[in-house]
Write a protein that binds this ligand. Sequence first.
Ligand code: NDP
Length: 397
Amino acid sequence: MANVLIIGAGGVGQVVAHKCAQVEEVFENITLASRTKSKCDKIADMLPRKIDTAEVDADDVPQLVKLIEKVKPDMVINVALPYQDLHIMDACLETGVHYLDTANYEPPEEARFEYKWQWAYQDKFEKAGLMALLGSGFDPGVTSVFTAYAKKHHFDRIRTLDILDCNAGDHGLPFATNFNPEINIREITANGRYWENGNWITTKPMEEKRVFDFPEGIGEKDLYLLYHEELESLSKHFPEIERARFWMTFGPSYLKHLEVLQNVGMTSIEPIEFQGQEIVPIQFLKAVLPDPASLGPLTKGKTCIGNIVRGTKDGEEKIYYIYNTCDHQACYKEVQSQAISYTTGVPAMIGAKMMLEGKWMKPGVWNLEQLDPDPFMDDMNKYGLPWHETWLDKPFQ
Ligand code: NDP
């Protein structure tokens, strides 16, 4: 039985705290820490059993070290923002505890996410006998496990991979993002990028569009090609993949709002002078947009995230689709959060459980597709993210 420190008390932190609290046989002691302690206390009050809370600035390594030495956790689950990843990894190394996150490091001053900064910790973690599990959310996370599962059970060779992320939920507001607005908008307004025949191909934001008929009553939705971080690790760990792409659904109203915000400069990450103070437009925008956590009670409908894998088995070409659908209102009923936070927080808990139970524990820095997918997939069925698989008769073009 373990002692875990969760850092970050936003939408995802709330779900991780709920799910860890539900699995008392693994997560015996839980501490939830974040920049604003009142948010941790509010979450703690919702839970069926007592957890501890603390205040920490995760950009301050000595502060983190002090907290970790006090709490003495077996591992840290980092669900703060990607900017804190390296600081928290440093503090874990200094105190000798394992590490897990759900999003790769991104320098605050540059909208560019890459694994190179975190992969550079490989030797340090290995030598210290510690494990760092990177990207244990849904995408990245489950989409990486789905790829490993497809390869292990259904394919000799994967030729193409398309990850389809559909949020068919409706919160009834004119414009809001489903997770941290700053991280979300930085991701969407960046150029698209995909992997093809050993090269990265760059596209303009929203340049590539497809339509897909999603299962379980969701129906046809528009998808746009984005760059997403698991493409980097999957193309590295499955070098046989000829083409890997990531797609996300957006409705016309969302795109129109985003276009206007971009045109007027509100999505910029360049600091500007405003009334004698320096502000970053996108951070100001975050402050005026609805808090993603407030969307929980409003959002109706489903998410559907999954992988379409084309490849060969025993010389025969096959097209395989594996996905999870998640209902926003059912998530809210269980953990008072919408499905985007839920689909990220549950895999974070499962990844931590895999480590603490020893099923995935090994020193070094790992992406999820490098580990055995089977026990993780079993736990998805058990802890609220059941998955489905089917064969398609035509490829996703
Ligand atoms: P939120 O913005 O809702 O929450 C972030 C939390 O981190 C807040 O509690 C915030 O504190 C805290 N925080 C920020 N900076 C610091 C700091 N310096 N020290 C301590 N705490 C800090 O984000 P989400 O919960 O939506 O997302 C959490 C993470 O999950 C992000 O990294 C995001 O990229 C990732 N994610 C991953 C997905 C996946 O599928 N892999 C999908 C969705 C999200 P405060 O309240 O004081 O601001």
